[in-house]
Design a protein around this ligand. Structure first.
Ligand SMILES: C[S@@+](CC[C@H](N)C(=O)[O-])C[C@H]1O[C@@H](n2cnc3c(N)ncnc32)[C@H](O)[C@@H]1O
Ligand code: SF4
Ligand code: SF4
Ligand code: SF4
Length: 443
């Protein structure tokens, strides 16, 4: 397939500043880091040079886009330079979308899709973890937009993050969003940026393909590993001493029942193109009933959403290896940080710690260049960016997968450092919950 010379979607972060401190959000832990606003001149330059070539502009990053004092001006510029059929989308915490701004955006057709982020729409149910600040004004801003938007020209979405302490309230939340008349509700699993939220996740990174085999191994996982290792050790010792052994002619082949069983399971996994992460299964198997309960809650949500004709975008609970795909690659999207750095995805905007597969990872921001010094088109077409995209297009062939690898749970150097993967690819994409449709970043 011919490599595209320009991204189809540009995601621009107007600012990394936020007026909220949602406990699950990375921005909340970055409070002392530089606070940046996208420069007006740079935005105009970007619009003039690139917007005629794109299908969609996404105007948010890590921060609240409406905290930029010129956010509305950015929308006006964008509409002017985008082709007529291209769309403008942004996600907001909604606190600054007052009546005046909403009227102005609607009257001047400055957006095609707006998503409000919230985890609950009323007190006292509202979880203190998600977007719980200024909930009264957010609620009335959302209602105002829902009542005044013209459905055919402006899509309204709600996006929410699900974790252990809020998932049982989801059916009620779906009903509230349906009552509002929103077009869709997008639910994302949580990306755990601290160890507390790591315990609240409602998914496993073991794939469906591997999990069905691991369930058969069940409680016997550690015994299987230990038995296999003991038998392998005994075999090796026998082999080493064979030639020195006085009665070597009397040696008979020993039975290796644990090793045979181990190979039986691993050969089955191989046919499915996956590995078996027994240590992770042993850590997470007690979570499976909770994941089943979430599945049932999702079924209930689907029924409620259908009654309202509300589009429901659900995340995976147990992901499929076969469906693994980078959402930035499939949509040909690039991300521009508020200081002009061009990064491959939301994950690479800022340095952060995360807690997946029972280990901590330190990830550093990763940039291919800055639009202050080079054109976006040139950055998009640099050898390293093109090479990375080519690999991600064939992700299951070219990028290893940590969720099914036993080393991830045992502090694999690559998975904890998060710089390159064990096959040498940089940046590190082999333990990415976006690529499994677990966590979502709306584009
Ligand atoms: C980072 S916010 C930026 C835009 C805006 N401030 C907002 O809240 O919509 C974008 C989305 O990320 C979601 N988000 C925040 N922390 C998350 C996490 N730990 N895991 C998954 N999604 C998260 C938010 O709920 C929001 O819908
Ligand atoms: S989720 Fe959005 S509103 Fe909440 S702290 Fe993060 S950037 Fe701010
Ligand atoms: S990076 Fe480490 S954990 Fe991930 S697949 Fe490679 S060896 Fe396994
Ligand atoms: S970290 Fe995930 S979302 Fe980002 S480029 Fe890699 S696969 Fe795509």
């Amino acid at each position: 397939m011919e490599e595209t010379v320009h991204p189809k979607i540009i995601q621009v972060e107007p600012t990394n500043v936020c007026n909220f401190s949602c406990l699950m959000c990375l921005n909340t832990y970055r409070k002392n880091k530089p606070q940046i606003f996208f420069s007006d001149d740079l935005f105009l330059k970007l619009a003039k040079e690139n917007f005629s070539l794109i299908e969609r502009l996404v105007l948010y990053g890590l921060g609240e886009p409406l905290m930029h004092r010129n956010f509305i001006k950015f929308l006006i510029i964008s509409r002017k330079y985008l082709p007529e059929e291209s769309s403008i989308f942004f996600s907001t915490n909604g606190s600054l979308m007052d009546k005046k701004k909403t009227d102005y955006i609607i009257e001047n057709n400055l957006a095609d899709e707006i998503a409000f982020s919230c985890e609950a729409l009323d007190w006292p149910d509202s979880s203190s973890v998600g977007h719980s600040e200024q909930i009264t004004s957010v609620n009335s801003n959302l209602k105002y937009l829902a009542e005044h938007k013209r459905r055919e020209t402006l899509k309204l979405g709600v996006e929410t993050v699900v974790f252990e302490s809020n998932f049982r309230q989801l059916p009620k939340f779906v009903k509230q969003v349906g009552d509002l008349g929103a077009d869709y509700l997008s639910i994302s699993q949580i990306y755990p940026f601290n160890s507390v939220f790591a315990k609240q996740t409602l998914y496993t990174m073991i794939t469906k393909e591997a999990l069905s085999i691991l369930k058969e191994i069940g409680e016997g996982g550690w015994n299987l590993i230990l038995g296999y290792l003991q038998e392998r050790f005994a075999e090796k010792t026998q082999h080493t001493y064979k030639n020195m052994y006085k009665f070597k002619d009397n040696i008979v082949e020993k039975k290796r029942p644990k090793a045979d069983l181990y190979y039986k399971y691993f050969n089955r996994a191989k046919k499915e193109n996956v590995h078996l992460n027994i240590p992770l299964f042993m850590e997470e198997k007690n979570k499976l009933p909770l994941l089943k309960e979430l599945e049932e809650v999702f079924m209930e949500c689907i029924n409620i959403a259908n009654d309202y004709k509300l589009k429901l975008k659900l995340p995976e609970i147990v992901p499929s290896f076969k469906k693994r795909e980078c959402p930035y690659i499939s949509s040909e999207t690039t991300v521009i940080r508020s200081d002009g750095e061009v990064v491959p995805c939301f994950n690479y905007l800022y340095d952060h710690r995360s807690f997946l597969n029972q280990h901590e990872r330190y990830s550093q921001a990763f940039s291919y260049g800055n639009i202050k010094n080079a054109s976006l088109k040139d950055i998009w077409n640099t050898h390293s960016y093109k090479k990375h995209r080519a690999k991600l297009k064939k992700i299951n062939e070219k990028i290893p997968y940590c969720g099914d690898c036993a080393l991830s749970t045992n502090n694999c150097f690559y998975a904890t450092e998060g710089t390159s993967d064990c096959w040498g690819t940089e940046p590190f994409c082999s333990e990415c919950p976006y690529s499994l449709n677990l966590t979502k970043c709306l584009l």
